[in-house]
Write a protein that binds this ligand. Sequence first.
Ligand code: ZN
Ligand code: ZN
Length: 317
Amino acid sequence: MMRLHGRTVYGYIYAVVVTVLFAIINFSYHKLCRHQHLRLRMSVPDKGDMAEPYECVNIDGDLAVCDKDECAGAWKPPRAHHCSICGTCRLDFDHHCPWLGNCVTMRNMQRFLLFIGLTPLTVALAVAPIIKITLQHAVEAVAISRSDPWARSVWWDWWGSWIFIGGPIGRWVFGGVLGVRALQRHNSACPTLCSPGCLVERPHLRLMSTFALGSLFALFALGLAIITARNVLRGRTMFELLRGCNVRYICIPSSGEQSRSGVYAIDQPDASWLYDLGAARNWGAVIRASSRANGARFTWPKINPNVLNRLVMRDAK
Ligand SMILES: [Zn+2]
Ligand SMILES: [Zn+2]
């Protein structure tokens, strides 16, 4: 193996890769928190000017307005949703993220996916060298704890350990914490701020709790990344997945094909696929929305042609 000043080159490459990944995650988080969304103050378009099929609120083909908070009767475009925390409507709303303190929409979705996708990868890389030894310490701590007379009397033999501090799982977690304390009492040779490596080589609560919290956060981010990527490829938002698509009517204007024009009532499950144009085009729509993130321009979302055909054929029967 190549060596550089006594250390392996692979060690340097590892340190650089993990540092760069952490920097990208921090930068993405900062940009997502500070993302300035387009403020919607648009008046309702004239429905007589419409040329493409659009979602409407009633059989007359009227467009939606929002009366909540600062929207005060402004137009609520298709796929916009009123975020009650931000107090305004957001275009292409996905969800309001409490950890970012900001909305996630199609316009910052690309960066959001990068953030939640890179987080589990970075945490996995960061903890990889210490997984084995940390798990060994956890097993050792529980074993010591269960054989320690003091830990048995205050925790393991107490009925409340099954209920308090997290139930049955918390019983083992807190039992392990008592075991680390017992281990540290037995290994008093390790001072509070010991030599580099001691923090890993000997059981330390700081390292073990950071390991556990980082792993839980990474698993959460991984689950969210999979669900969000699936939503994007299926042409729907998290809001539509959780609440269902609440579109009730579709208007096909007479300026298009005369034989198809009219207002059509739409039911689930067709409403769920209203904006699904196929994985490639759905992904392209997110890329285009991200590129005009600060361009402040609304473009009408394209409606799934299969859904339109089904509506027309259903009403023609
Ligand atoms: Zn609103
Ligand atoms: Zn919001």
